[in-house]
Design a protein around this ligand. Structure first.
Ligand SMILES: Cc1cc2nc3c(=O)[nH]c(=O)nc-3n(C[C@H](O)[C@H](O)[C@H](O)COP(=O)(O)OP(=O)(O)OC[C@H]3O[C@@H](n4cnc5c(N)ncnc54)[C@H](O)[C@@H]3O)c2cc1C
Length: 385
């Protein structure tokens, strides 16, 4: 189906990103995979290219775009080429909306120029070893010092994407205990300088997939946070998370859809090339039926993604809409990529084939940003159940 969600500017940007990936990422991607992360300098290149500044207001060094669709283009192009830009989608897709929405002018002046250039990489730390789905159960605390001059941060976070390279981390912490009436009360957000004393990056975690993103454990021991690094109002952190998680889930839906589309593309090329029993794998009716069924599912996922992108651009994407898009697209991608891998036979199990990496990379889509079960809970609640 012809897509109407992207305009000429988006398509011109797509060409730029596609050429950049071919020139700067594909030739060195195996090195990144072996190193387990994209090199720090690569993020400066993305800054120079303008990828990080798209939605940064012009006065702070960006392009001042308000549409999320440019980021969707980046996600789609990475999936198409079977690569990723390390953990940088967290920098733009997850962290930026918090800064643009809740930072003061003074904070924006301090953080956004470096954000746009790639000098100051951001990550976000919500999850803790003891709590992921149930974020209100977080234990990390940020207590106001006795003289009221700063906060003192203590606790630990885990699974933090970009956690090794990050210069600033948006840390969710309790500034007050939960109340009996509201478990979500008392959570605040801080933009913590990772060079602070007591801030420690623990292990870079060894993951099943997403091998070029640095996912780390973090710990905080009496980290001094200046008052001016509180983001938004004290105690409002949970509502800020609620307002921003739909975009994170939309981004995951876009990525999952694009990975599934890429799986079909890789598989079509493979089955046309591979000969068994004296004929191409593509010539078997089973192969045609499998790929046709996959294509129908991907078409449906694309319709969902496009509708959600349009709704998000006009600020109409609800939490339940985003949950529904994430649930549907990630489940489609799981089925499609698995069927495509099957059509590769044993080669599909080898990491040198992009389908194997897609299989591993895609698995986390049903877990992070909220699990499929959590998405179902959100949708069920919106149905009055
Ligand atoms: C590669 C990767 C990158 C990540 N990046 C980040 C990051 O940058 N920042 C960050 O803060 N976090 C990050 N995360 C954390 C991620 O968001 C959490 O893993 C996710 O929210 C699930 O939390 P959990 O792992 O604690 O699972 P748990 O909450 O322990 O869930 C375990 C199981 O219980 C189920 N479950 C939980 N609650 C319910 C319920 N109410 N009803 C039914 N079933 C339920 C879950 O669906 C799941 O199947 C990342 C995770 C991964 C794997």
């Amino acid at each position: 189906m012809r897509r109407t969600v992207f305009n000429e500017d988006h398509e011109a940007f797509r060409e730029t990103i596609r050429a950049f990936i071919e020139a700067e990422v594909v030739p060195v991607y195996d090195e990144w995979l072996a190193a387990g992360q994209a090199p720090r300098d690569f993020y400066r290149k993305l800054g120079e290219l303008g990828v990080f500044g798209i939605e940064v207001p012009e006065e702070f060094g960006g392009a001042g775009e308000e549409s999320f669709k440019f980021q969707a283009v980046v996600t789609e192009e990475c999936a198409r080429a079977g690569v990723s830009f390390g953990g940088s989608s967290v920098h733009t897709g997850l962290c930026l909306p918090y800064v643009t929405a809740y930072a003061t002018e003074e904070q924006k002046k301090r953080w956004l120029p470096g954000f746009a250039s790639g000098e100051t990489m951001f990550a976000i730390a919500m999850t803790e070893p003891g709590t992921g789905s149930d974020l209100a159960g977080m234990k990390t605390t940020a207590k106001l010092s006795a003289d009221g001059s700063h906060y003192v941060l203590n606790g630990a976070k885990t699974f933090i994407t970009g956690g090794v390279h990050a210069d600033r981390v948006i840390v969710c912490a309790r500034t007050a205990p939960a109340t009996k009436e509201d478990r979500r009360a008392g959570i605040s957000l801080f933009v913590v300088d990772t060079a602070s004393d007591g801030y420690t990056v623990g292990r870079k975690l060894d993951k099943l997939g997403l091998k070029t993103s640095d996912t780390a454990e973090l710990s905080f021991t009496d980290v001094r946070i200046p008052l001016e690094d509180l983001l938004g109002e004290e105690g409002k952190g949970f509502s800020y998370l609620g307002q921003n998680l739909p975009q994170e889930r939309l981004a995951i839906a876009v990525g999952a859809y694009a990975q599934a589309a890429a799986a079909i593309r890789f598989t079509k090329a493979y089955v046309q090339d591979r000969t068994v029993f004296g004929q191409s794998v593509a010539s078997f009716q089973n192969t045609k039926f499998e790929l046709a069924a996959c294509q129908a599912e991907v078409d449906a996922a694309q319709a969902v993604v496009d509708r959600a992108l349009d709704a998000h651009d006009v600020r109409e994407l609800t939490a339940a809409d985003a949950a529904s898009a994430k649930l549907f697209c990630t489940e489609v991608a799981a089925r499609v990529i698995d069927r495509c891998l099957q059509l590769h036979g044993g080669y599909g199990y080898m990491n040198e084939y992009p389908i194997a990496r897609l299989y591993a990379d895609n698995r986390v889509n049903r877990i992070y940003g909220g699990t499929s079960e959590v998405m179902k809970s959100i949708i069920a609640k919106s149905m009055g159940l």
